[in-house]
Design a protein around this ligand. Structure first.
Ligand code: NAD
Length: 370
């Protein structure tokens, strides 16, 4: 039987509550479908700091490097606001991204028909929306040097951030975008600011060349990132896959996120380069939301973002496409039945807690898998 090695890092706040619902789905898949998941568990964020004095221990980092995929809950909370900067909860996530070399961040924005009314846009603009934003995660202006604030000595200061991209960074992120497009609508829209930024000129050239060389079967379009932002809220369904740099991706993916309603619904994946021998990519899957300290421990958190992150893991790390489709369909069916956690509650729907939502999705998943 194929062994599928998964490391679970539930983290802090609502992370463990949401992860518990995924654990039930894995247990079912192992028991009834011989899925062969081998689960390791570790600590990250504040819980790791409390146990080991670090945001993630060396032992858990080694487990992450050895796993086929990492499922991450959320980190942080007021309890750890004053811990030293190097061991703050977020440092655990940043270490994972760095050591696993996760350069491609995938943020799907899917609007379930039952939630079209929860969007800030008109329902007809977002109903059935299914786009994927691919953001470069390890380069660009967030990491470029020099990065300084200098005192000019005349009562003025000067702040400098540097946007830097090398050819290989643009090649590998655009390759991910084209590969993902082939599994979906076969269309990529690349967004940059070539009209005012040299990095935009290079970005445009390298995406175009990569497309011509290896992916000419995929439809490629270029758009200036500001126009792209406008189009995302004017007619979001025109897009299939959007690929963009770290800074623009940070903003555009948050804009796209809000098209779909609640933070509690949004999954994400971060992927590394394919292994030269096995072709497998290192990968980490996590909900977009944080640890939600305001509702942690109450049993009211929405587990859908976490469960949908596991569906992405099935799809992208284990090529279990049918299972991923079924799990996503199970989520859609439960929402269609009017079952809701508090964050997505609507008039006439039935409000449930984290465990009941997880149970309802599992029951639907079982029915679809029968
Ligand atoms: P948050 O995402 O934790 O919460 C924002 C709001 O959305 C809160 O009102 C919360 O109750 C609600 N919410 C979030 N997820 C929900 C869910 N699944 N179900 C129902 N409601 C949900 O963001 P925040 O409040 O800005 O940050 C809280 C803590 O999380 C901070 O310590 C922050 O640093 C950390 N954080 C961690 C990550 C991460 O682990 N990747 C991401 C963002 C924030």
């Amino acid at each position: 039987m194929t062994e599928r090695n998964l490391l679970l890092l539930p983290g802090d706040g609502i992370g463990p509550e949401a992860m518990a619902e995924v654990r039930k789905i894995i247990a079912y898949m192992n028991a009834e479908k011989a899925a062969g998941f081998v689960i390791e568990e570790g600590l990250v964020g504040g819980s790791a700091y409390d146990a080991h004095g670090a945001a993630i221990s060396e032992d858990d980092m080694a487990k992450a490097l050895a796993a086929d995929a990492v499922l991450f809950g959320a980190v942080g909370g007021p309890k750890w606001d004053d811990v030293p900067y190097e061991v703050r909860p977020e440092a655990g996530l940043l270490r994972l991204r760095k050591d696993l070399e996760l350069f491609a961040n995938l943020r799907p924005a899917i609007c379930y028909p039952a939630l079209a009314n929860a969007s800030s846009l008109k329902p007809e603009l977002v109903e059935g929306l299914d786009i994927l934003i691919i953001r470069e995660l390890t380069g660009g202006v967030y990491f470029g040097e020099p990065k300084t604030i200098t005192d000019l000595g005349n009562g003025q200061k000067r702040a400098i951030d540097t946007q830097v991209y090398d050819t290989y960074e643009i090649e590998r992120i655009s390759a991910v975008a084209f590969e993902m497009a082939r599994t979906r609508g076969n269309r990529v829209c690349s967004m940059e600011k070539r009209n005012v930024m040299k990095s935009g000129v290079l970005w445009n050239q390298v995406v175009t060349a990569t497309h011509k060389e290896k992916f000419s079967d995929v439809k490629l379009e270029h758009m200036l990132a500001d126009a792209g932002g406008m189009q995302l809220v004017r007619a979001p369904k025109q897009f299939d896959v959007i690929v963009t740099d770290n800074l623009f991706g940070d903003m555009l993916s948050d804009v796209a996120a809000m098209l779909t309603g609640s933070l509690g619904m949004l999954p994400s994946a971060s992927l590394g380069a394919p292994d030269a021998k096995t072709g497998k990519r290192k990968a980490l899957y996590e909900p977009v939301h944080g640890s939600a300290p305001d509702i942690a421990g109450r049993g009211t958190a929405n587990p859908i973002a976490m469960i949908a992150s596991f569906a992405m893991c099935l799809r992208y790390s284990f090529n279990m496409v049918e299972e991923a489709d079924r799990l996503e369909k199970a989520i859609a069916n439960v929402l269609d039945k009017g079952i809701r956690t508090g964050d997505i509650m609507a008039e006439g729907a039935t409000e449930v807690g984290t465990v009941e939502m997880g149970d309802a999705i599992l029951a639907e998943f079982k029915a679809l898998s029968a």
